[in-house]
Design a protein around this ligand. Sequence first.
Ligand SMILES: Cc1cc2nc3c(=O)[nH]c(=O)nc-3n(C[C@H](O)[C@H](O)[C@H](O)COP(=O)(O)OP(=O)(O)OC[C@H]3O[C@@H](n4cnc5c(N)ncnc54)[C@H](O)[C@@H]3O)c2cc1C
Length: 399
Amino acid sequence: MHVGIVGAGPGGLFASIALADTGHDVVVFEQAQRQEDVGAGIQISPNGTRLLAHHGLLEALQNSAFEPEATVLQRADTGKLVFRTPMGQSASKRYGAPYLHLHRADLVQVLHAAAIERGIKIQNNARVAKFVNTSDSINIHLEGSTTQTFDLLVGADGIHSAVRTQMLGPEQARFTGNIAWRGLVPAERIDPDLIAPDTTVWAGSGQHFVHYFVRGGSLINFVAVKEHDYWAEESWSMPGNLDHVRTAFNGWSPGITQLLGSADTCHLWGLFDRPPLARWTGQRIALLGDACHPMLPFMAQGAVMAFEDAVILSRTLASGDNIQTALEHYEAIRKPRTTRIQERARRNGHLFHQHSALKRNLTLTPLALINQLAPDIIARRLDWIYGYDACAVDVERII
Ligand SMILES: Cc1cc2nc3c(=O)[nH]c(=O)nc-3n(C[C@H](O)[C@H](O)[C@H](O)COP(=O)(O)OP(=O)(O)OC[C@H]3O[C@@H](n4cnc5c(N)ncnc54)[C@H](O)[C@@H]3O)c2cc1C
């Protein structure tokens, strides 16, 4: 089929590769002038790296990745450890694929290069204005210029998806009441004893802080999340003010203080999501990634879910059904899982942000006890996420 993908974010680029590798001819339309991404880190869990490996992309990424030793939850008020779940070799052994930290720009660059290598056409400066169905095709209209005809349109155009809006109406994404500052700091500026080679989450009252290494350990990424009443900006990301984040996380830990003190810049995001959509597919259309299931980043699964979508979409299309049936199967397989992960991400927000010391004690102390007595219980709670293999799901069986 001739497939037009709207959006060259991680979801659109990976979908272009999965579809090209199953024999389709793909064009990607991206509104941005150049292929670039924000200066921030991204965690790709084994359910994502497994799919990158399946399409031959893991080796190129591993050169610039960082493999954390563990996932750690710490209390900001007492400094005490809640749990420490081994990653590194343990994750590779448990799930058959590594847990990786990457610079987003490295991820996008590898996906972009792999798409070009496969002959996928990526049109930059190409903002899709609308689509029009005909009896046996779908036309994509670009702003201010041409129309191109396809057999299938994939809307991978992110949380404010124009494809979703045309399909389902102009309902705005909802502000979740959280803002996030993100930044990268050269690791050489930080005392090596202060930041462990883990994915560390510090939980506090109405806010949490995450730090981890990227780019082979040469940079440290931070994500500082704080509850906030409103988001008045038109854009959902903008340059951030380091003084604000330093004040908000003042005295949290010596590592956080040094990290924020050594940062040159940061960006600020309003965190938005949507309730599960009524449908993800239409006539010759599939939504994918943040366009159909934007979520809070508190499970670090947004991009990984887009990778899973891409593989399931390519497999249902390859299953021999007609396009509409394949699209229905895609939606039926994917929606329950992404809905569950959207809910879990919200629940993690409650876990990380307990407002009173009593609530923190009631939720975090039992977790710390389980971590001491039976740490595998904590590791096991992630198996349904990290152990999922989109390449092995029975796409003939509709949930
Ligand atoms: C603070 C934070 C931390 C996160 N951490 C993680 C993490 O650790 N792990 C993880 O898996 N996920 C993480 N995420 C989520 C992840 O960033 C998103 O889920 C992911 O970027 C979604 O990819 P996408 O391709 O669906 O959409 P996007 O990345 O939003 O890409 C959409 C693309 O479409 C383009 N576009 C939009 N409209 C049009 C149009 N009309 N025409 C043409 N092009 C268009 C845009 O320019 C953009 O390039 C995080 C998110 C945040 C905010």
